[in-house]
Design a binder for this molecule. Structure first.
Ligand code: FES
Length: 352
């Protein structure tokens, strides 16, 4: 792969031809602020916060959109760049609800971080604003477009990752908003509730409903594990606060899912601490299911299997296994049914 040479803040870097200026900055460990950029989706260049100054032409360039060229000289924090970024943030704040104390993303919000970094206290453009009703109709996440900065990450995530195409920009100019076709409720759209829009939203416009008021971002410990819902083995991070799971995020750095989740993996975690969750095996005694030890439950089951097999033959028994098990567990299960129970009555919930 051909390499080119670019000078950034006086440091020379060799990068692969075809990489953007933003990627070149990343290689040097230079933090360039971005709001509408995410490596998982197409580049749009919507927010203009990643601007850098080209020293030769004197132009301000959105670094996420422009391919680096051999011999370029770039400044990432020149006075002109800083002034331009301040203006961008100022304009974004003009139509953003700055109710940070009530926002779930307080402390984990890129708009908040960059406003602090560039010393923006309040917008200089306190003009007319649109008011959006908060949409908390669907069971999984809340949409508060009073906080939306229209970076379009949610739209691109929806179109490109699950390819659901449930949302897009509607209207133009001051009336622009993110909406479903004909503004139907999300649950009546093609949304599959994968939650990728929520994961990529850089502010607090989209937040999972169950996670609300369960802990500030700095109180949350991330614990990497494997999703228990099926055999795919998606990598997730449990969001844990005081030994309780309060949310789930996709883990973006590993196969097989690279951060993608399905609706169950992303939003279906409330069973973990559910008061009705079974925490011990149950055996029916005198017509009632009663909690018992694993030893007693397994002895009881083995005894019943034996009795039924002796009395009616193996074909009176059958086994149904689950996609929640690993391939190895499923193999062992069918082996047990065929070899120990002496029947081919074995099936799997995921078989079509
Ligand atoms: Fe480059 Fe938004 S991050 S334009």
């Amino acid at each position: 792969m051909a390499e080119i040479s670019v000078k950034i803040n006086g440091q020379e870097v060799q990068i692969e031809k075809g990489k953007t200026l933003l990627q070149a900055c990343e290689e040097l460990g230079i933090d360039v602020p971005t709001l509408c950029y995410h490596p998982r989706v197409a580049i749009e260049g919507a927010c203009r916060l990643c601007m850098v100054e080209d020293k030769k032409s004197g132009q301000l360039i959105a670094s996420c959109t422009l391919e680096a060229d051999d011999g370029m000289e770039i400044e990432t924090e020149s006075p002109r760049v800083v002034e331009a970024r301040k203006l961008v943030l100022d304009l974004l704040l003009a139509s953003h609800d700055v109710d940070c104390f009530a926002c779930e993303r307080n402390g984990d919000c890129r708009l908040q971080d960059y406003s602090y970094r560039y010393g923006i206290e309040r917008t200089a453009f306190p003009g007319e604003r649109r008011e959006f009703p908060i949409d908390n109709q669907n069971p999984f996440f809340e949409r508060d477009y009073n906080r939306c900065i229209q970076c379009g990450l949610c739209v691109r995530a929806c179109h490109e990752i699950p390819q659901a195409g449930a949302i897009d920009f509607a209207n133009r100019g001051f009336s622009s908003e993110i909406a479903t076709p004909f503004n139907v409720p999300l649950e009546d759209s093609t949304c599959v509730f994968c939650g990728m829009c929520v994961e990529l939203c850089p502010v607090g416009a989209l937040v999972p409903r169950l996670d609300r008021f369960t802990g500030r971002p700095w109180e949350i410990e991330k614990v990497r594990t494997t999703c228990a819902y099926c055999g795919v083995g998606c990598q997730i991070e449990l969001n844990v606060n005081e030994d309780r799971v309060v949310g789930i995020s996709g883990y973006g750095e590993s196969e097989p899912n690279y951060g993608d989740l399905c609706v169950k993996g992303k939003f279906g975690w409330d069973y973990i601490h559910h008061p009705e969750r079974l925490t011990a095996p149950l055996v029916r005694k005198e017509g009632k299911l009663v909690p018992t030890s694993w030893e007693e439950a397994l002895d009881y089951t083995a005894r019943k299997f034996k009795e039924i097999k002796e009395e009616h033959g193996g074909d009176a028994l059958g086994g149904l296994t689950s996609a929640k098990c690993t391939n190895e567990e499923n193999y062992l299960f069918q082996k047990f049914v065929r070899a120990a129970l002496a029947t081919h009555n074995v099936d799997h919930c995921a078989r079509l």
